[in-house]
Design a protein around this ligand. Structure first.
Ligand SMILES: Cc1ncc(COP(=O)(O)O)c(C=O)c1O
Ligand SMILES: N[C@@H](CCOP(=O)(O)O)C(=O)O
Length: 456
C-alpha cells in the first residue's frame, strides 16, 4: 500500500518510509492512497484475539513487512499490557467503558506507541539507521513515547511538554525515566506552542534530514493505524452480530483518536455515531456546529491533556470532507494560516460534537463513582457525559483514554478525596525528575537538539 500527503506535493511512499518520514515534506499528513473495505471480513474476524485482529488489519497497510515479522512486532508490542484482552470493556451505568489504559503508562497512547516503538526498532535495524524523535505532548503521548522507546538503541527521544500544565503525575512519569536517550524539555508555553514548534522544525527539511528527525505524535500514520484496531475489537465484543450498529463516544483534543474511529467506519465497521467530546477548549465543537474552524485561546482545565486549540488531525478529516482534493485542502490551510480561521463543508452524519465544562466533568466523575462504583478519569468523563446527554437511552462505548490515577488533583476536586489511584503511579517520586526548561522558540529547541546530539 502507498501513502500520500494531504497537501498533494509529496511523492507517494510505501508504509515503512511513511512511518520513518512522519510528517510529509510538504507540511501535510500521510493517508493511505486508498482505504480498504473490510465489510466482508467482519464475520471471520469476530472471534479473533486482539493481536490476531491487529495483524489482520495492519498487514493490509504494512504490506512491505514480511508477515511473520509483523506478527512478531505486534506480539512484542502487546506483551507489555496488564490485561489479556489488551483493551477490555467494562460496564458502567448504561454504557460500556472501553479501557484503553492497561499499557505501561496507563493511557490510550500506549496502544499505538508500544507498537510504534517495536516498529521503529525493526525498520531501523533492517536499514541500519538511527532516528531522533521530536515529540510534543500535553502529558500522555510523551510518557507513552518514552516508555515505548527508552530501550531502543538506535533512537533518541526529545519530548516537549508545557511547563507546569500537565498533571504532576504525568510530568513525573516523563521526567523520572533516567535513560541517556531520553530528553525532556519543559516549554514555557502551551501544548499548541510545543506542537507548532515541532511542525515548524519538521518543515525545515535540511535540518530534519541532517538530524534524522522522526515523529511519534499522531502526525505519524502508524499511530492512527494502531488506534483503528480497538474500534473493531470493541465492536465485536459489544455486539452479537455484524448487522448491529454501534456508537462510540470519544474525548477529543488533537482529533487523532476520533479520526481513527472515522477511518474504521470508512473501512466498513458498522458505526452509527461518533460522539465527539471536548472540554472548554471547544474549537472542534464549534467547527462541527458551524462549519467554521477558528482557533481560540487555551483554557487550563481539569482534563489537561485535551487543552488543545489546534487539532492536528483535523487536516486529515478536512482532506476527506473536501473530496480528497489536495489543492482545495492546501487553500483551506492557507486561509487558516492567514486569518486564524477556515470555512469548510459541515455535512457529516457520523460525528456529533458537544463540550463538557469543568463543573459537569467533576459532577460526572462524582456520579459515576457513587452510582456505578467506577472512577472515571477527567478526560473519559467528558465523553461519558456527552454519551449520556446525546444518547440517554442507548448503550454507548465510551473510550476511557487514561487511568484516573494520573489525575489525582481532578479526582479530589470531584470526589473530595483522592480515590482510583494506581500502585505504579504511587511509586513515582518528584526527587527523581530530570528536565530542562526552555522558552517557546523554535531556535531554542533546535539548539537543544543539536547540543544534546553532539554531546551524546
Ligand atoms: C487522556 C487523553 N484523553 C483524550 C485525549 C484526546 O485524544 P486526541 O488528541 O487523539 O483527540 C488525549 C490527548 O489528546 C489524552 O491524553
Ligand atoms: N493529548 C496528547 C496530545 C498529543 O496528541 P497526539 O495524539 O498527536 O500525540 C498528549 O497527551 O500528548
Amino acid at each position: 500500500m502507498k501513502y500520500r500527503s494531504t497537501r498533494g506535493q509529496t511523492d507517494e511512499l510505501p508504509f515503512m518510509d511513511a512511518i520513518l518520514t512522519g510528517q510529509a515534506p510538504d507540511g501535510g499528513l500521510f493517508l493511505p492512497s486508498e482505504l480498504p473495505d473490510f465489510s466482508d471480513k467482519l464475520d471471520s474476524w469476530r472471534d479473533l484475539s486482539y493481536t490476531e485482529l491487529a495483524f489482520e488489519i495492519m498487514s493490509v497497510f504494512a504490506n512491505d513487512i514480511p508477515q511473520d515479522d509483523l506478527k512478531e512486532i505486534i506480539e512484542k508490542a502487546y506483551s507489555t499490557f496488564r490485561d489479556d484482552e489488551i483493551t477490555p470493556l467494562a460496564p458502567a451505568g448504561k454504557n460500556l467503558i472501553l479501557e484503553l489504559f492497561h499499557g505501561p503508562t496507563l493511557a490510550f497512547k500506549d496502544v499505538a506507541l508500544q507498537f510504534l516503538g517495536r516498529l521503529f526498532d525493526y525498520i531501523l535495524e533492517q536499514r541500519d539507521l538511527k532516528l531522533n524523535i521530536l515529540a510534543a505532548t500535553s502529558g500522555d503521548t510523551g510518557s507513552a513515547a518514552i516508555y515505548g522507546l527508552k530501550d531502543s538503541e538506535r533512537v533518541h527521544v526529545f519530548v516537549m511538554h508545557p511547563h507546569n500544565r500537565t498533571s504532576k503525575i504525568q510530568a513525573m512519569q516523563m521526567c523520572t525515566v533516567n535513560q541517556k536517550n531520553i530528553h525532556n524539555i519543559a516549554v514555557e508555553g502551551s501544548f499548541d506552542d510545543c506542537q507548532g514548534m515541532m511542525k515548524d522544525i519538521f518543515n525545515q527539511l535540511d535540518f530534519k534530514k541532517q538530524y534524522d528527525l522522526g515523529a511519534v505524535n499522531s502526525v505519524n500514520w502508524g499511530r492512527l493505524l494502531a488506534q483503528t484496531v480497538y474500534y473493531f475489537y470493541a465492536y465485536f465484543r459489544a455486539t452479537e452480530n455484524n448487522q448491529q450498529k454501534l456508537s462510540f463516544s470519544v474525548p477529543t483534543g488533537n482529533f487523532g483518536d476520533i479520526f481513527a474511529g472515522y477511518l474504521a467506519a470508512k473501512m466498513g465497521l458498522p458505526i452509527k455515531k461518533l460522539y465527539l467530546a471536548t472540554n472548554e477548549n471547544d474549537v472542534l465543537c464549534r467547527a462541527f456546529d458551524t462549519g467554521i474552524y477558528k482557533k481560540g485561546t487555551v483554557h487550563h482545565s481539569v482534563s489537561p491533556s485535551m487543552d488543545i486549540q489546534l487539532a492536528s488531525n483535523f487536516e486529515r478529516y478536512l482532506f476527506y470532507s473536501c473530496g480528497q482534493d489536495a489543492t482545495k485542502l492546501r487553500s483551506l490551510m492557507e486561509e487558516f494560516k492567514a486569518k486564524g480561521e477556515l470555512h469548510y463543508d459541515i455535512s457529516c452524519e457520523l460525528i456529533e460534537a458537544k463540550r463538557c465544562d469543568t463543573e459537569t466533568t467533576l459532577a460526572t466523575i462524582k456520579n459515576y463513582s457513587e452510582e456505578n462504583d467506577y472512577v472515571l478519569d477527567p478526560h473519559t468523563a467528558t465523553g461519558v457525559h456527552v454519551a449520556d446527554l446525546l444518547a440517554p437511552d442507548e448503550q454507548i462505548v465510551c473510550l476511557a483514554t487514561a487511568h484516573s490515577g494520573k489525575f489525582p488533583e481532578s479526582i479530589k476536586l470531584a470526589c473530595g478525596e483522592v480515590i482510583g489511584n494506581h500502585p505504579i503511579l504511587d511509586a513515582l517520586s518528584e526527587d527523581d525528575m530530570k528536565y530542562q526548561v526552555a522558552d517557546a522558540h523554535t531556535e531554542t529547541i533546535k539548539s537543544i537538539i543539536v547540543k544534546t546530539l553532539e554531546e551524546a
